[in-house]
Design a protein around this ligand. Sequence first.
Ligand code: HEM
Length: 434
Amino acid sequence: MTHASGSERPPGPRGHWLFGNTEEYDRDRNGFLERCHREYGDVFSFDARTIVVSSPEQVHALLTRTNKDFLAENSPLAGPMDTERMAADAELWTTTRRAGWQGLHRRVAEAHAGRLRAVFEETVADGEMDVLATMTRFFGRATADFCLSADAAGVPEVLAENVAAIDPLSRDSLQLPPWWPSRKVWRFARSRKRLLGLMSQIVRGRRRLLGDGEPVQDLLGVLLASSAELSDVQIERFLRGIMLAALGVPASALTWIVYELSARPDVLGRLADEAGSVGEDDGVPAVGDLPYTEAFVKEVLRLWPPTWLIGRTVRRETELDGWRLKAGDQVLFSLYRLHRDARWWSEPDRLVPERWLEPHAAPVRHTYLPFGAGPRVCVGTQLGMMQLTLATFWLVRTMEIVPSGGAADPDFSGLLVPRDLRVRLRRKVVRQSA
Ligand code: HEM
């Protein structure tokens, strides 16, 4: 990395002679990034091949130049750094993504929203609970329903196994290669194969029925009907990618929502007023009918973005903010720090849903990115907002939330989650009119 100014690399902490900064980073990931930002400014070196950027312009450039100069491809396992193979994977993914994008259109989302209430009732019941585990079950079923509707039986369980096997690998700073003789690696490979095998069975089954009546209103139906003529393998991998992306991240967001509901009675009161204003017979409300609830969800995603750290691999020699980068270098940024930077946000550490309701309330450009940006922006942005807003509405309307352990002790080792949050949910008594 060479700067236009002549410096070889951005400044940064020297770290241990053998382990670099990994040990200190792993002790307190967010604290480490915050200290380095304060000390070295908006760009610093984490190690000889990794830089961390922090300004909205640098982050915007990194995200919008993804696919062209940077790559978003990654795996929980280490492998030889072959940027051309990664670029070929990116191209294949992008073709499927384009066809899949249509699958996230309104009719499919509305059909899914109609079924989501039942999924919510079956998974989020009265009683004491580990919130993250419950919300993971809810989104496992929700995402399987959205992708496969009536063919989803058995999928949430196999998906959960794959997610549970990825988790310990993605928490490690040091990646293991696929041939490493460890239970963790073996469990991951086995669960991935099982999930892809199940997808393959379902895709083949559905292909046989193509042309018999109305196409099914789910993502698989749209992919099979696409004019892009996707191969089975393309569809199976895309479905797996979508289901993984649409499980852990929204589950973490909903867990933070429950935390804020239990910690902020004033906000809960306003949410309850809004939920009470929707008639029982009005069916599933649209996000636009719940402006305060939507503002609350946006604000929770600002304070607690589940994908708190985003990384890219440099595809070919290029520059970013004047720093020369070589193919295979890494660039990181913390979405969590960007969302709480006092240069762009007033009261950055406080939950203020009202900031999204004020006229002219648009944030400073490129400072609010809970769904990313550029060619690899989240494909589930609208769907995710809809699911989170409806789940908040149902929670507030039907349940009382009593905290029963765990504080908002944020865990930054994988997705950003509150460590061990537990609550007791009590179904509200609905008074019958005489
Ligand atoms: C509700 C909360 C959600 C949040 C906060 C969220 C956040 C994100 C973010 C930040 C990224 C970009 C990561 C990067 O740039 O490296 C992303 C990518 C992605 N998300 Fe979401 N997501 C959510 C829900 C969903 C849902 C419901 C789906 C499924 C339909 C989904 C599917 C995806 C996919 C497939 C990608 C990868 C896109 C690509 O690389 O081309 N997400 N998400």
